[in-house]
Structure formats: C-alpha cells, structure tokens
Design a protein around this ligand. Structure first.
Ligand code: G3H
Ligand code: 13P
Ligand code: ZN
Length: 321
C-alpha cells in the first residue's frame, strides 16, 4: 500500500472527530513500535521526521524504513516534515514524496512568516503536498509566568485568533500550529501554568466564522510526560529533574474535541525508550546484545503509542473509515 495523503487523513479525522497522532521517527525500533501499535489498533498514523532525524539517520535510510513499514502494514500512513526551517528543506522533502511539510518561520515577524510560508505553499501545492505553518511562539517553563516571553505573558507570544485568520488567508497554509502555552520537551510547565484551551476555542471559531470551514489545527508539544516514566528513568540511574511536567491527557482530549486534528508526540516516546533501556542495563550489567535492550524498548514504546491512540486521540478503529 502506498502512502496515504495527509489531506485525506485530515478530512476523515475532522469528520470523525478524532485526532491523528503525529509521532516522531528517528530509527527502526521507534518506527516499528509506532506502526505495529497502529496496525493492531487499526489507527491511521502520521510519521514525522525532523531535520535532526534526517541528519541522524540519513534521509535514504528513513525513506527505505518507511517503505518497509508501509509494505508490511495495511493502515493509512502519511509522512510529514516536522519543523522545516527553510524553503530548501521543505522543497527537498516535497520532492522526496512527503505528503505534508511544516514550514516553521514562527520566530520571524508576521509578514516575513507569511512570505516564507506562502513560498513553500506555492511550491507544495503544485505537488499536492499539504503545508503546516505556525503562528505565535511555543513557550515553556524556561520563562516565569507573567514574565516577558512566559507562558502567561501578555506580550503576544500566543496565537491571536484574528491574526490566525489573516495568516491562513494570506499564506495559503493548509493547517496551523497554534501557540497556546504549549512547548516541547519534558519540562513544559512551572507551578500553575497550563494550556490556554479557551484561546484554542476562539482560534477555531474565528477560522470558522471567516469562512475557512473546519480548519485543521495542530498541537505541538503534546507529550504528557508521565511521572511513572520519569520515576523509572531515575530509579535506574537517570537524573531527570523533579520538575518534569507535560500536558495532562484530559487537556489533550479537550484540544482534540476543539479541533486539534494533528497532535505531535515525541518526548513521551523518548522517555519510554530510555526507561526500558536503563532498566535492562541496570538489571543486567553483563548484557551487551543491543537486541536485549532495544527489544524491550520497542515494546514499551508500542504500549505507549497504543494507549495514546486508543485512550487519548481516539483514532483507534478509524483506519478503514
Ligand atoms: O519538535 C521537536 C521534535 O521533538 C523533534 O526533535 O529536532 O530533536 O529531532 P528533534
Ligand atoms: P513533545 O516534545 O511534547 O513530544 O512535542 C513534540 C513535537 O511537538 C514535535 O513537533
Ligand atoms: Zn513541534
């Protein structure tokens, strides 16, 4: 089965009111864990590849690994560039057959972000490739609440609903990553910080009211950073801080129901993989066969993906809608 188009996955997800998991892939074990969980649970899936993943694994290896996964499974699989930072990188991925790309020029001023996104969209659309862009900055616990740049800052780091409408109309992007207090990594919030889900509702409504329909929104930084994974890592010699914090799963559910069609998860996969490897290494210090620790790591990631798609994103069972 060839790749399934991101556009088709979005349309079905919006209709079925579920979210697609967009899981980051860097190596064979992660890919197998994700695809096997989705195959068993009959879930459509988006595999996403960052610039760092391409540098780590080599684009050709990733392409061939994904080809293998597609040929061994029956579920719809789309392939997406995560956080493309230049037109050239996006073009490379479009030319390689990715079904969607993200151009992330969110650090640029509004007009420049529009200009770069429009350039990617014009090229991508000639090849029927979907374009995700981001408006606003992802922030996190590196800032204090209320402080310049902080998650609760009034200085404009969040996506502003009216600007989202203008941005989508002027740039021609097909999906929009929102900044509502979300951030990457294992230390997302401090104290009482949390996602601004009210703002998400306003963004969705503004896009709808502006005639853009049920427009697909994207939630980056959607790992929930389970405490038990952080504890397991530390139990087996890790040194994660005591202040790890992710997005509560209940909030992801609200985001899903509010129209976040694509939900990005990477950190939780990293934590699961690391916890399993550390456990084997600690309990069996004489072990040196990589299959003995990468095997359990693959199983742990697979269990985590199964939980996400069944209990949080609700895309399980929708592969053949
Ligand atoms: O958003 C970032 C993703 O987790 C990818 O991370 O750039 O380290 O591959 P990376
Ligand atoms: P997490 O760090 O929360 O997993 O977010 C991943 C992400 O947004 C990839 O683009
Ligand atoms: Zn991201």
């Amino acid at each position: 089965m060839p790749l399934t188009h991101t556009r088709e996955l979005f349309a079905k997800a919006l209709k079925g009111k579920y979210a697609l998991g967009a899981f980051n892939v860097n190596n064979m074990e992660l890919l197998q864990a994700i695809v096997e969980a989705c195959e068993e649970e009959k879930a459509p899936v988006m595999l996403q590849i960052s610039k760092g993943a391409r540098q780590y694994a080599n684009p050709v290896y990733l392409k061939k690994l994904i080809e293998a996964a597609v040929s061994l499974s029956t579920i719809p699989i789309a392939v997406h560039l995560d956080h493309g930072d230049t037109f050239e990188l996006c073009k490379e991925c479009i030319d390689e057959g990715f079904t969607s790309v993200m151009i992330d020029a969110s650090h640029e001023p509004f007009e420049k972000n529009v200009e770069i996104t429009r350039k990617v969209a014009e090229y991508a659309h000639k090849y029927n490739c979907v374009v995700e862009s981001e408006l606003g900055h992802l922030v996190g616990a590196q800032f204090d609440e209320g402080e310049e740049g902080g998650a609760h800052s009034v200085s404009g780091h969040y996506t502003v609903p009216e600007e989202a409408v203008k941005f989508v109309k002027e740039s021609g992007c097909d999906s929009l990553a929102v900044a509502i207090g979300n951030s990457h990594g294992a230390y997302k919030f401090k104290g009482t910080q949390h996602l601004d889900l009210g703002r998400l509702k306003l963004i969705k409504k503004a896009l709808m009211d502006a005639g853009l329909g049920d427009y697909p929104l994207v939630l980056h930084g959607a790992s929930s950073v389970p405490k038990e994974l952080a504890e397991e890592i530390n139990k087996y010699g890790g040194k994660l801080g005591t202040d790890t914090a992710g997005v509560p799963e209940a909030d992801i559910e609200v985001a899903r129901r509010t129209g976040c069609t694509k939900v990005n998860i990477d950190t939780d996969l990293r934590l699961a993989m690391t916890a399993a490897i550390r456990k084997v290494m600690t309990e069996n210090p004489k072990e040196f066969d990589p299959r003995k620790y990468l095997g359990p790591a693959r199983i742990k990631v697979k269990d985590l993906v199964r939980h996400k798609i069944k209990d949080v994103l609700c895309c399980a069972g929708h592969a053949f809608d």
